[in-house]
Design a protein around this ligand. Structure first.
Ligand SMILES: Nc1ncnc2c1ncn2[C@@H]1O[C@H](COP(=O)(O)OP(=O)(O)O)[C@@H](O)[C@H]1O
Ligand SMILES: Nc1ccn([C@H]2C[C@H](O)[C@@H](COP(=O)(O)OP(=O)(O)O)O2)c(=O)n1
Length: 223
């Protein structure tokens, strides 16, 4: 039997830098990249388009099965996400989509429905997968696991800058409140809660620049 395709899982709370670091590390390794949060966000956006009630679990589960989610590379090499054929990349990144994703992600049947779609990303020569349960549930046999954190204040500040740069009007107080609410919901749900996988290397990125974090993560794969 050939060796299984290697996976590097990068889990952590909102704003810890998972997406940024995973993309850069995947590029350096020449591996594929899975943004698992984009799948939950895509269902959240599709549910919004269909005007579904976020308390109607049955409708959200049906919506998960019915939503087509595609990934493609944009002109600038960035990842674009298509929801039912529409480019929803910008809408996906809003805090509204993040909050909807977090609510939907607490429904066990939604998580189960997205499992195989996530595992299908495991293709040679390797995969970097970012999310909340990559190391604990989706790829428990991954040989490399990282848990990224940063203080809530620094995560809110990063998100503030990111959204400001995009011209989105937000307040630091509001963002900090949303981040703390999402942390609490993601960590306290009964199914696949946010927590470090056993054996994951913890990296606290508070006060650490992006390049330094990338090097630390690469050292996990090739010490
Ligand atoms: N170590 C870091 N230092 C400073 N800014 C960072 C760092 N890591 C990520 N960022 C910035 O923080 C913002 C949120 O990062 P992102 O990768 O979207 O986090 P996550 O995927 O964990 O929510 C982005 O604007 C990104 O450029
Ligand atoms: N593997 C995952 C990925 C995301 N989720 C849920 C929980 C998160 O609050 C939302 C959005 O995730 P996403 O990683 O896109 O959000 P951040 O970039 O960390 O703010 O989706 C999840 O439950 N499991």
């Amino acid at each position: 039997m050939s060796d299984p395709v290697p996976v590097l899982t990068i889990d952590g709370p909102s704003g810890s830098g998972k997406g940024t670091i995973s993309r850069l590390v995947a590029r350096r390794l020449g591996w594929h990249y899975l943004d698992s949060g984009a799948l939950y966000r895509a269902v959240g956006v599709a549910a919004g388009w269909a005007d579904l009630d976020l308390d109607d679990a049955g409708a959200l589960v049906r919506c998960t099965f019915d939503t087509e989610i595609g990934f493609r590379e944009g002109d600038g090499g960035e990842l674009r996400v298509l929801v039912n054929g529409h480019d929803a990349t910008d809408e996906l990144r809003t805090e509204t989509a993040g909050a909807a994703a977090s609510a939907i992600a607490a429904i066990p049947e939604v998580r189960a429905a997205l499992k195989d779609r996530q595992r299908a990303f495991r293709r040679a020569p390797g995969l970097v997968a970012d999310g909340r349960d990559m190391g604990t549930v989706i790829f428990p046999d991954a040989p490399y696991k990282v848990f990224l954190t940063a203080s809530a204040a620094e995560r809110a500040e990063r998100r503030y800058k990111q959204l400001k740069d995009k011209g989105v009007s937000v307040t630091m107080d509001g963002l900090l409140r949303e981040i703390l609410a999402r942390d609490a919901r993601d960590a306290s749900r009964t199914v696949a809660p946010l927590r470090p996988a056993e054996g994951a290397v913890h990296i606290d990125t508070t006060g650490l620049g992006i390049d330094a974090v990338v090097e630390r993560v690469l050292a996990v794969v090739a010490p």
